[in-house]
Design a protein around this ligand. Structure first.
Ligand code: PHE
Length: 450
């Protein structure tokens, strides 16, 4: 706890919203959401996802912020201030952050490669029907994707090493809106491609026969992954927030933007998938194959493509730093180690963990553990099991251990603020979230089948 006296803080509530939205909005929205929707049947998955976000996603995001703001310390200590035995949720968050960042960085590396290839004009000159082969050829290589993932990790750790209130707040203010504008331009191009309407229909029309247990598990995993819930990263960010800010409005803003960006990404991807006669269930490569096809059909395609992948890289970085910050804040506040040293040590460990993930798209493509490839294993463990499990325990902690009076006092700044969401929040925490998340988790581990 030796660095505690000079803990960094966000300079304003606005800075906090930006950083939290930065954490939430990332590859999860633009890369993961479309391919999850694609492999889980389309419109019905989207509806399920929205329902989960509204019912439990927002609730548990606010739970994390509340715990952190109350604790004003790293995740482990923040849990400890409410109940000592619950500290382990924080340790678990630190543990999960390693594999989570490992596979996140692999995809982050792909975005760096794609920005460069776009800027060189190479990407948009690949014929549409060979875009899949171009992508598969790159990720299947041994060294090149590993070098790019290393670069992504170095960017991440250099930012984290400088502390929370450094350049991130300033840059987010410019780059996040730019990203949004580009997404809208892309959307217009995509939905006006010949044959695009089929994709829009597929995306919007729910086919409920597609819903089964594993689709529900995937929707829950996607909601938590996208909102950054369950890692305790948002506990950590909440701890950098001053006691004056209104937690509920900040939470709803983050949830609103995060959801909007994901839905928009679907409107870019699926019309293009159908216009170019591709399969929506194409998996992790979906965005990297469809988007360049859309760009190649636009005037100044190379320029738009390079800008887009750069912005995506930026969005990924504002997320990856939050994954890393959970652990760095814990280690630096608990042991006598500097932020800089710790960031490098952490980065190197994650790099080692990321190598098998990268190789699983090429020479280690046949390796299967518990019936899953290495990439799927990391992803399934983090998003579908670990994040929901920790979020579930947070709900138990706040709903059943901390109790209504204390939780509400923190949430309402000691009774000085009130709104409709505050009034429904506690029952959602105490009853609805444990029930919904608990049932889905039991299904994910195979105890219950629906
Ligand atoms: N929410 C981030 C994204 O959508 C990923 C993330 C998950 C970040 C969990 C922090 C914690 O890209």
């Amino acid at each position: 706890m030796d660095n505690k006296g000079n803990r960094d803080q966000f300079t304003s509530g606005f800075g906090f919203v930006l950083a939290s939205a930065g954490s939430a909005i990332g590859l999860g929205n633009i890369w993961r959401f479309p391919y999850m929707t694609g492999t889980n049947g389309g419109g019905a998955f989207v509806l399920l996802y929205l329902a989960i976000v509204l019912l439990v996603g927002a609730t548990l995001l606010l739970v994390e912020f509340t715990i952190g703001r109350h604790g004003q310390a790293n995740a482990v200590e923040s849990y400890g201030k409410i109940s000592k035995p619950f500290k382990w949720i924080g340790y678990l968050g630190v543990f999960i952050s390693f594999p989570l960042l490992a596979y996140y960085a692999v995809v982050g590396g792909w975005t760096i490669y794609y920005s460069m290839q776009s800027a060189l004009g190479k990407l948009t000159s690949v014929p549409a029907d060979q875009m899949g082969a171009f992508f598969g050829g790159f990720i299947g290589l041994v060294t090149s994707p590993i070098i790019y993932l290393a670069i992504f990790l170095i960017f991440t750790l250099l930012i984290v090493a400088r502390g929370v209130s450094g350049g991130i707040e300033k840059w987010s203010k410019i780059l996040m809106p730019a990203m949004f504008v580009l997404l809208v331009i892309l959307l217009v191009r995509s939905v006006t491609l010949p044959g695009a309407m089929e994709g829009v229909k597929w995306y919007l029309k729910p086919d409920f026969s597609k819903i089964n247990g594993s689709v529900v598990v995937a929707a829950l995993g996607q909601a938590f992954f996208s909102l950054s819930v369950g890692l305790s990263g948002m506990v950590t960010y909440g701890s950098y927030l001053s006691k004056k800010e209104n937690l509920t409005t900040n939470t709803l803003t983050v949830v609103g933007f995060d959801t909007l960006i994901a839905i928009l990404a679907g409107f870019v991807v699926f019309p293009a998938v159908f216009a170019f006669s591709m399969e929506p269930g194409g998996g992790p490569g979906l965005v990297f194959i469809t988007l360049p096809q859309v760009f190649s059909k636009m005037p100044m395609g190379a320029f738009f493509s390079a800008s887009f992948f750069l912005l995506l890289l930026f969005a990924a970085l504002t997320s990856s730093i939050s994954i890393m910050e959970v652990s760095i804040s814990y280690f630096t506040e608990s042991f006598n180690v500097s932020r800089r040293q710790m960031s490098w040590i952490y980065g190197i460990i994650v790099f080692v963990l990321a190598i098998p993930v990268s190789l699983s798209f090429g020479i280690w493509g046949d390796v299967s553990i518990f019936g899953k490839g290495i990439f799927d294993l990391y992803d399934y463990f983090c998003a579908n099991l670990a994040l929901p499990f920790c979020a579930f325990m947070c709900a138990i902690l706040v709903g059943w251990v901390w109790g209504k009076d204390k939780a509400m006092a923190e949430l309402t700044n000691n009774g000085t603020i009130d709104n409709w969401y505050i009034r429904i929040w506690f029952p959602l925490v105490k009853y609805v979230s444990p029930l919904v998340v608990g049932l889905i988790l039991l299904n994910a581990i195979g105890v219950l089948k629906f």
